[in-house]
Design a protein around this ligand. Structure first.
Ligand code: PMP
Length: 447
């Protein structure tokens, strides 16, 4: 951060000190209030400082904050696993805890590999992922991340893995229907499996709704079922990275439920601990886990994984999600938010697309809606709008998209507790920031 700090951050971008949070709001030390319009990085799903969660964490803290998993089973971890399975569609009934999203993705791929070994499939090791995508920053997860600026500097240190194009159909200018486009993108997977050699392909990894890299990218409905069929045809395991989409964010507990898909393994984090504790998990079918345990065990585990402190937080978070009906609220408020984004799109011709599912929504800037050409990169729109909103007390999340080469998208993903009135409040600030952006850049605004 600044030169007066011993702590080093990813880059030098000074931010004020956080003081406290309350519901959808955060306050800095000067008392300035911010709407947490992106739940941090799509994390704080149940809002800040939830008193019931804090009370449950405190009760656990008073008993034990840590017990090593090789020395004790703990009630919070077993109860959280049971609750997670109860909230998850049938067929996913074994849970393994980790402390974050990258860990969850790596754990999923390692479980897949060990399962393949129990089936005598030593030749299967390739994990196909999509481009663009984001799956984490540890070397294993980064090898599967389709985002060149983050990945390229480390490429020589990683196992190269195949990838296929993510279904960014909003950029397509062909004469196909959405359904046909979905199938077209799914066939890329089939082609790639055949090209790589089916007996070398272990798994296909995808975000059901794209997150940081693609900005709430939802594929056409036809995509999801066809991908599942293709994986089944070749005995390739289907891994859903629901680190961002899971725990109710899209209006279902898992985004997979929107399309009736049962992945073989699901990675969860972010909203699962909801910012109360570093927590993540993989969920898999017993048919996949049992052979691994029978063959001697999962050769994997992080020291802090499944600690009772984090698991008591996770359990309390899931109880709040259930008791407050937050998954339904995410679905309902997602519609309200999407309608508001469409109104903004009418006003600002430089918004080329709005998209999303539930309360994972995004809008993307373009120079030209017909060609979907991005704004000039030197405009730094993705960073500039974030600043203008931040100054006005609204936190939004942005990335330069399309593989890091061009394009600016912004994620709006408030806590799932948000009300309609708060969405209107958030949109008013955003509109003010967009007006300021248009004025600075000279981009047109419709009256
Ligand atoms: N997968 C997805 C889909 C993510 O959005 C993220 C975080 N942005 C990760 C994995 C990595 O999670 P973490 O930062 O907790 O390691």
């Amino acid at each position: 951060m600044s030169d007066d700090s011993f702590l080093f951050y990813q880059s030098r971008s000074p931010r004020p000190f956080l003081d406290h949070g309350e519901g959808i709001y955060l306050f800095d030390e000067s008392g300035k209030r911010y709407i947490d319009g992106s739940s941090g990085a799509m994390v704080s799903n149940i809002g800040h400082s939830n008193p019931r969660v804090l009370a449950k964490m405190k009760a656990q803290m008073d008993k034990a904050t840590f017990g090593y998993r090789l020395h004790f089973r703990t009630r919070p971890s077993e109860e959280l696993a049971a609750k997670t399975v109860a909230m998850t569609p049938e067929g996913l009934d074994r849970v393994f805890f980790v402390s974050g999203g990258s860990e969850a993705v790596e754990s999923a791929t390692k479980l897949a590999r060990q399962y393949a070994l129990t089936q005598g499939q030593e030749s299967r090791y390739k994990v196909i992922s999509r481009f663009p995508s984001y799956h984490g920053c540890t070397l294993g997860a980064l090898a599967l991340t389709g985002y060149a600026p983050l990945r390229d500097p480390f490429a020589p240190m990683m196992q190269a893995m195949p990838s296929i194009a993510a279904p960014a159909t909003y950029l397509d200018r062909d004469n196909l229907s959405e359904d046909e486009r979905g199938l077209k993108y799914a066939e890329l997977l089939r082609d790639r499996i055949i090209e790589e050699g089916p007996d070398t392909v272990l798994a296909f990894l995808m975000e059901p709704v794209g997150g940081a890299s693609t900005g709430a990218l939802v594929a056409p409905d036809s995509y999801y079922g066809r991908v599942r069929e293709i994986c089944d045809e070749f005995g390739v395991l289907l891994i859903y990275d629901e680190v961002m989409t899971g725990a109710g964010r899209t209006g279902k507990f898992l985004a997979a439920e929107h399309w009736g898909i049962t992945p073989d393994i699901v990675a969860l984090s972010k909203g699962f601990g909801a910012g109360y504790a570093p927590l993540g998990a993989i969920i898999a079918g017993a048919h996949l886990v049992d052979p691994v345990l029978d063959a001697g065990g999962f050769l994997h585990g992080f020291t802090y994984a499944g600690n009772p402190m984090a698991c008591s937080a996770g359990l309390a978070v899931l109880e709040e999600i259930e008791d407050q009906g937050l998954i339904d609220n995410a679905a309902r408020m997602g519609e309200v938010l999407m309608a508001q984004l469409h109104i903004l799109m009418d006003r600002y011709p430089f918004i080329g697309d709005v998209r999303g599912k539930g309360l994972l929504t995004a809008f993307e800037f373009v120079a030209d809606r017909d060609t979907m050409a991005p704004l000039p990169p030197e405009m730094d729109a993705y960073a500039r709008l974030v600043e203008l909103a931040y100054e006005r007390g609204l936190i939004i999340y942005s990335r330069r998209t399309r593989g890091g080469t061009a394009g600016d998208h912004f994620l709006l993903a408030p806590p799932l507790i948000i009300t309609e009135a708060q969405i209107i409040e958030m949109i008013a600030i955003l509109r003010d920031a967009l007006d300021a952006f248009a004025e600075e850049t000279g981009l047109p605004v419709e009256a």
